[in-house]
Structures are given as structure tokens and as C-alpha cells.
Ligand binder design. Structure first.
Ligand code: PA5
Ligand code: NI
Length: 188
């Protein structure tokens, strides 16, 4: 049965949701095959395997008709010059999703298999992800980058798609700014 109505509040620093569901931590070792520079990735795993991002969800379940939300925090950094980022995924059941920037400076990279798009996401900006576009978030600043995601509970997450198709572009650190470069051959 559907849930009853309830309020969900942002916690301290917009880092958490109250009430809160599950918390996911992605370390560097969870991001195998995603950074262009595999050597730099291996070195980062050996050098303490840092947490690259966390995802805090509200208690709304990922089931049909419900509308779950989560806050992602990507920590600042780069690996071989490539800004820290999420794994990225495609929704197996193509449905739209919105991201709302909360803290820091980020980018939303979108790829439909042919075209790639980049949206700058800062606090107060909503990035719209149309159905059928794979999406990856990138922290292009020096502070943690946080955003709220809201998505249909039945959309699902396909991470293999990105390993096969890539994301069209990569975001690299360049003289205090962001350089978007061609993806190159999919890693892995
Ligand atoms: O629903 C979303 O798209 C986000 O909440 C992401 O799942 C989150 O940002 C983590 O990224 P990924 O699922 O690609 O690891
Ligand atoms: Ni998504």
C-alpha cells in the first residue's frame, strides 16, 4: 500500500534527510573502470581508498508509484585530473528525474548514447534528466557538492550501461576551471 503523508526535512548542512532511510558510501575501490587513468585510480585505492561520495535516502521505498528522494554528497578531488564523480547509471525503465543543487559546485553529465550534455548545478538550480538519458554527477569545486535527487520508485538503476557505452564526455581539472574532453574508449 502507498505510504501516509509525512514531512521530510533537510538536516544540518543539507547533508542529511530527517527521517532518514539508508546511507550508502562509495569508496574509490567501488569505482573500478570509471576513471580514464587506471593507474591513478589504483594508486588512490592503495593510498587509503577514500570515500568519494555518499547517498542518504529518505524512507520512501523504491517501488512503483512512490517518489523516493536522496541527497548525494560528492567530496572534492580528482583522480588523474578527472574530477570525482558518481558511477553514473541509466534507468532500465526510462523515466525522468530531477536534481536540485544544495551546496557546492557540480555538474550533471547526461548521455543518450549519441549526444552528451553538461548542466552546471549550483545551489537553487534544478537539473532535469529526461527519460532515456544516462546521468553522472561531478564535483567541480573545492568543497563537498550536494544535491537532492527525486525519481520514480520503479525507474531502477543500470550501472553496466555506463561501462559499455561510456558517458560521452569526461570532466577534467584545468587551471581552476572545468575542461570537458571526449570520453575515449570505455574503460574496463
Ligand atoms: O537517483 C539518482 O540518480 C541519484 O540519487 C544517484 O543514484 C546518486 O547520485 C548516486 O549516483 P550513482 O547511482 O550513479 O552511483
Ligand atoms: Ni537516476
Amino acid at each position: 500500500p502507498p505510504l501516509q503523508p509525512f514531512a521530510i526535512r533537510f538536516g544540518d548542512d543539507n547533508a542529511t534527510l530527517e527521517p532518514q532511510g539508508q546511507i550508502l558510501q562509495r569508496r574509490m575501490s567501488d569505482l573500478e573502470g570509471l576513471f580514464a587513468d587506471r593507474r591513478a585510480w589504483e594508486q588512490a585505492v592503495a593510498d587509503g581508498d577514500p570515500v568519494v561520495y555518499t547517498v542518504v535516502s529518505s524512507p520512501v521505498p523504491e517501488v512503483s508509484r512512490e517518489l523516493p528522494q536522496s541527497i548525494t554528497t560528492i567530496f572534492p578531488g580528482d583522480t588523474g585530473g578527472e574530477f570525482w564523480m558518481t558511477k553514473g547509471h541509466q534507468h532500465p525503465d526510462p523515466q525522468g528525474e530531477i536534481y536540485l543543487g544544495l551546496e557546492g559546485r557540480g555538474g550533471l553529465l547526461l548521455f543518450d548514447g549519441e549526444r552528451a550534455e553538461w548542466l552546471d548545478i549550483t545551489p537553487g538550480v534544478i537539473g532535469y534528466i529526461p527519460p532515456g538519458w544516462a546521468h553522472r554527477s561531478v564535483n567541480v569545486g573545492d568543497e563537498p557538492y550536494r544535491f537532492l535527487a527525486v525519481y520514480p520508485g520503479s525507474a531502477g538503476h543500470d550501472y553496466g550501461w555506463v561501462l559499455t557505452h561510456g558517458m560521452g564526455l569526461r570532466a577534467r581539472r584545468a587551471e581552476g576551471t572545468v575542461e570537458l574532453v571526449p570520453f575515449g574508449t570505455p574503460a574496463g
